[in-house]
Design a protein around this ligand. Structure first.
Ligand code: FAD
Ligand code: SF4
Ligand code: SF4
Length: 386
């Protein structure tokens, strides 16, 4: 199937890759942007859907266990401490799976993703670090037939996992394990360029960046130097439309369909945040747990006022002078939400923004596209008039 020949989600397509494989035949029921079917997906993957009355499940989805962790010996060059890559490596070394679906980078551009079915630990390690752009991961499903792969570990973001779960039964696999990353505000390669140029002092030398729990973006440059920029100093007028339309209409921030989720947003600064959703997720974590330092999740502060103020500032597309952004950042970092409350701050901020974006750009989709957990979260805030 030629790339780009069919994209039924049109402008909302996140380029998840399903349409680049023979499983395009399932696109009408599988595409995350044509159907939102979280309850069905959760029931199939975890045996039940989330309890909306449980505040933690409302926000973070079905789970058995939530914990903060970091590798005792961090993996050099990984996005955080490399829990994801080391887990993929162990899954192959210990024979749990025959292959790992992960994303390497183009030899000519560090930020252009190249999805692969890795068959060796070295190939998994070569996929470490985020490629912070839309990645057509599911295109490599096309390589499954005839490959001899019976057991697969798929690493991916929410929209990829939603489509994967829908076609899972037709893949001919004996086992599928899903290791999910939380994901928000993704961009096309061109969008990434605009973001880097409007935010970093040296866009051409950025090799790594992350929005971190101290309310700053941390850039690492090719000469090893680091740069941090306060969230509150971003060029909002320029960045308002830089994120992909798929991501401005996405409510799967915490990857509801994965067996195990590995992110950072519910953890203290420099730690990772793990959500074990089911027994298969624990089976994955067992592969690396002895290599990790663990601590319990914590939560502090109150996000609600900051979220409400953020909605209004974003809507007016305000750009604060740097001194004011630094000042606000200084106080928010010390007094603002931490741990799980930081994760809720980020979820609230993105869900309200995305609901507003959908209301303005695709009002006909709003009702069906907003899952019930997102409706409940958005209803807690005052949104500007359409
Ligand atoms: P590594 O060991 O460095 O492995 C990274 C893995 O990411 C690799 O296996 C690779 O296959 C995979 N990958 C890289 N790029 C992509 C891509 N474009 N699509 C799919 N898979 C990819 N966590 C949060 O808590 N909050 C967030 O808002 C958040 N946003 C994210 C946005 C994007 C686009 C991505 C890719 C990840 C995001 N994460 C977020 C996850 C987080 O940044 C780390 O990836 C995660 O904590 C794992 O770190 P690690 O050191 O264990 O990963
Ligand atoms: Fe196809 Fe995926 Fe795009 Fe939907 S998001 S149209 S399934 S490539
Ligand atoms: Fe997919 Fe949502 Fe991430 Fe965009 S923000 S790449 S739609 S999971």
């Amino acid at each position: 199937m030629a790339r780009g020949s069919l994209r039924p989600a049109k402008d909302l397509c996140s380029d998840c890759g399903l349409c680049d494989s023979r499983w395009v035949a399932y696109v009408r029921q599988a595409c995350a942007f044509l159907h939102q079917q979280f309850e069905r997906m959760e029931e199939r993957a975890h045996g039940r859907s989330r309890h909306l009355a449980n505040e933690d499940e409302l926000y973070f989805g079905v789970f058995q266990r939530m914990v903060c962790a970091r590798r005792q010996s961090p993996l050099e060059g990984a996005q955080w401490t490399g829990i994801v890559s080391s887990l993929g490596e162990r899954a192959l070394e210990q024979g749990l799976v025959d292959a790992v679906l992960c994303v390497q980078q183009s030899p000519s551009d560090r930020f252009t993703p190249v999805p692969v079915l890795a068959r060796t630990p070295e190939q998994v390690r070569a996929a470490r670090v985020n490629k912070p752009t839309l990645s057509n991961n599911l295109s490599v499903l096309e390589q499954l037939p005839g490959s001899g792969i019976r057991r697969l570990l798929a690493i991916g973001v929410g929209c990829q996992v939603q489509a994967l779960r829908e076609v899972q039964a037709s893949l001919g696999l004996e086992e599928l394990y899903v290791l999910g990353l939380p994901c928000v505000d993704n961009v096309s390669r061109e969008g990434l360029q605009t973001f880097l140029e409007s935010t970093s002092r040296s866009p051409a030398t950025v090799v790594h960046y992350e929005f971190m729990q101290d309310f700053r973006i941390h850039f690492r440059h090719s000469d090893g130097s680091t740069e941090t920029v306060p969230f509150f100093g971003l060029d909002t007028p320029r960045l308002k439309e830089v994120f992909a339309p798929s991501c401005l209409s996405c409510f799967d921030y915490v990857n509801a369909g994965a067996d195990l989720v590995v992110g950072y947003m519910g953890a203290p600064f420099a730690w990772q945040w793990l959500v074990v959703r089911n027994d298969r997720g624990q089976r994955l974590l067992d592969l690396v747990e002895a290599e990790l330092e663990l601590q319990a999740v914590t939560s502090a502060g109150d996000r609600r006022q900051a979220v409400q103020q953020g909605i209004e500032a974003y809507d007016k597309a305000l750009r604060l002078p740097l001194w004011l952004a630094e000042l606000i950042g200084f106080f928010v970092q010390r007094l603002g939400p931490k741990g799980l409350e930081y994760a809720r701050f980020s979820i609230d901020s993105h869900f309200t923004r995305n609901a507003l974006w959908l209301r303005r750009h695709h009002p006909e989709k709003l009702e069906a596209h907003l899952p019930s957990f997102a409706k409940e979260i958005v209803s807690r805030y005052r949104l500007p008039k359409p």
